[in-house]
Design a protein around this ligand. Structure first.
Ligand code: CU
Length: 230
């Protein structure tokens, strides 16, 4: 045991000496424990020619096979890490069939955020936020795109004042170590510096929970997490 630790320590020093970054990946799965409620059906009660006559399924809790939980934001809290640099590619929020697509997305502070009206009818985007100035803006049918930005890390709620069933989220990141779980509940956050950190999990309906992870000098550090049924 002692020998192994010394070997690991020597390896770490060696890697640092060679100028290699000491970083690993944080990987895992997020699950919903217990019986998931049946997905809610959303009736579209207005502009049905464009919005669709068929009920859509709410995206506030998406539980797949084996309890896999989709759309959980996983954030490794690396102290002193700078926010991700804003990519030159804008983030895009599409309004199609009177539905925000995607339902949730992660952006960098200062990244251009294009709100697209693909429906050719009036929408009115309305955000709820505290540290970024909220906005409430009509988007008439002839206005294809509204460009916005969120300058500070925050979870921002999106709504449309014309179609009260439209809702979504934009998560503006404080540091570059984050991921969104896929339909199979898994996530991967690459290149996290070696160390022990808090890991925040956020799901819009189930809220925020915190776990811990220790990232080694290379390879995968695994964090599996499960939300209790609500
Ligand atoms: Cu709308």
């Amino acid at each position: 045991m002692r020998k192994t630790l010394m070997a690991v320590a020597a390896g770490l020093v060696g890697a640092a000496f060679m100028g290699q970054a000491l970083a690993g990946n944080v990987v895992g799965t997020v699950k919903y424990s217990g019986t998931a409620p049946a997905p809610k059906k959303i009736e579209k009660t207005k502009d049905t020619e464009v919005c669709g006559k068929v009920a859509d399924t709410a995206e506030d809790l998406i539980v797949g096979a084996g309890g896999a939980l989709k759309n959980v934001v996983v954030m490794v809290q690396v102290p002193g890490a700078k926010p991700p640099a804003p990519p030159t590619t804008p983030a895009v929020l599409d309004q199609k069939g009177c539905w925000f697509r995607p339902h949730i997305q992660i952006v960098a502070p200062g990244q251009t955020f294009n709100i697209v009206n693909d429906d050719g009818i009036l929408h009115n985007i309305h955000t709820s936020s505290k540290v970024n100035a909220p906005f409430n803006q009509a988007q008439p049918k002839f206005q294809k795109t509204i460009a916005k930005k969120f300058d500070k890390p925050e979870i921002v709620k999106l709504a449309c004042d014309v179609h009260n069933w439209m809702n979504g989220w934009v998560v503006v990141q404080a540091n570059p170590y984050y991921a969104l779980t896929g339909a199979d509940g898994t996530f991967k956050i690459p290149n996290v510096p070696a160390g022990t950190y808090d890991v925040k999990f956020w799901q819009e309906k189930l809220g925020e929970q915190t776990g811990k992870v220790t990232v080694g000098a290379s390879g995968d550090a695994k964090v599996d997490f499960s939300y209790a049924a609500k």
